[in-house]
Design a binder for this molecule. Structure first.
Ligand code: DOR
Ligand code: ZN
Length: 376
């Protein structure tokens, strides 16, 4: 696990020894730089109102496009809602931004096949999100009868090549919270894929070795997974390190170290079935630091630095670009971005807090030093 002390800038992480051997120049003049095709974020919560205005510029800075989650209150259940939400996102972006929000619909028991057709025709909606009712933040309007009431909509999605994005956890209170992903795979996801083999499915924010094993049995190009930075750098101990750490609480919850290591190996293996999805999910500070704290980690300001660090430590920097910038658009059937982004290996401090009119947001690794900085 990358604990916070190894995240501190550490010159020994630089492959300086090799630079020294091959380069007689003063090593201080050697700067590590990476140029990547501009990445996309295939799973992002942007919220609405002044929280949207506060957080959207962080994603727009580092990413070309993002799949925007529909779990607002009320949720985005129609194409008309998605178009209106997209307009409100565009209004808060910096004037020179070319960030492109790709919208999603929130699947309910009453989503009609016609709504799916409208979504596809709109050119604005790129996927439909399945929240099992009660699984996570603002999922109360989610699905209660996937194989019954939702079937016509799912069949139309398979027909239209409209991906289903899955929050892969069962909600049965008798299932241990650390097993909810594993049980979901066996009781919902595998049967779903057997029933609708042409349906494109993204298992979002995978957290377990069980999910990796499952994805590997599925057809490339039909089933894929997104992976967050937190599930690659933290394990469940982080939630309790030195006291309860609400800013590391997200859903699916962090898992054991063995799961983190398995996901890390899968992602850095070069498989095309995994791509970047931050699940950046901001909540106002008091809603996290509360007697009943919300799930969600605001990682947009640090996500790209962390993914880079992870691939670097795994000795797999040459596989980073496919994960950040190729596998996602290839899966969605969209063109890869043509512009580039540069990352420089130099220490930078994550802001302690981000102020906005209704309060403040604490970003992931607030106040800590990270060592890959996107530059513009
Ligand atoms: O931690 C999470 N936060 N997981 C989710 O699935 C939803 C998200 C949110 O919207 O806050
Ligand atoms: Zn999410």
């Amino acid at each position: 696990m990358i604990n916070t002390s190894t995240l501190l800038y550490n010159a020994s992480n630089l492959p300086i020894s090799s630079i020294r051997r091959s380069n007689k120049l003063n090593i201080k003049a050697v700067k590590m730089e990476l140029t990547l095709t501009r990445p996309d974020d295939w799973h992002l919560h942007l919220r609405d109102g002044d929280l949207l205005a506060a957080v959207a510029p962080y994603s727009a800075r580092d990413f070309g496009r993002a799949i925007v989650m529909p779990n607002l209150r009320p949720p985005i259940t129609t194409t008309a809602d998605a178009i209106a939400y997209r307009e409100s996102i565009m209004k808060v972006l910096p004037a020179d931004s070319d960030f492109n929000p790709l919208m999603t619909l929130y699947l309910t028991d009453t989503t009609s096949p016609n709504e799916i057709k409208l979504a596809k025709e709109s050119g604005v909606v790129y996927a439909v999100k399945l929240y099992p009712a009660g699984a996570t933040t603002n999922s109360q309007d989610g699905v209660t009868d996937l194989f019954g009431k939702c079937l016509p909509a799912l069949q139309e999605m398979a027909e239209q090549s409209m991906p289903l994005l899955v929050h892969g956890e069962v909600t049965d209170p008798d299932v241990d919270i650390f097993d909810r992903e594993k049980v979901f795979i066996e009781t919902v996801l595998r049967p779903l894929i057997q029933k609708l083999p042409r349906l494109k499915v993204v298992m979002e924010h995978i957290t377990t070795a069980d999910a990796v094993k499952f994805i590997e049995t599925c057809k490339e190009g039909t089933v894929a997974a997104t992976v967050t930075p937190q599930h690659l750098v933290l394990n469940r101990n982080s939630l309790f390190q030195g006291g309860l750490q609400p800013h590391y609480y997200c859903l699916p919850v962090l898992k054991r170290e063995i799961h983190r290591q398995t996901i890390l190996s899968a992602v850095t293996s070069g498989s095309k079935q995994y791509f970047l999805g931050t699940d950046s999910a901001p909540h106002e500070r008091q809603r996290k630091e509360s007697s009943c704290g919300c799930a969600g980690i605001f990682n947009a300001p640090v996500a790209l630095s962390l993914y880079t660090k992870i691939f670097e430590e795994a000795g797999a920097l040459e596989k980073l670009e496919a994960f950040t910038s190729f596998n996602g658009p290839d899966f969605y059937g969209l063109p890869r971005n043509t512009s580039k982004i540069k990352l420089t290996k130099r220490p930078w401090k994550v802001p302690e807090r981000i102020l906005f009119p209704s309060g403040e947001i604490v970003p992931m690794f607030a106040g800590q030093m990270l060592d890959w900085k996107p530059s513009f």
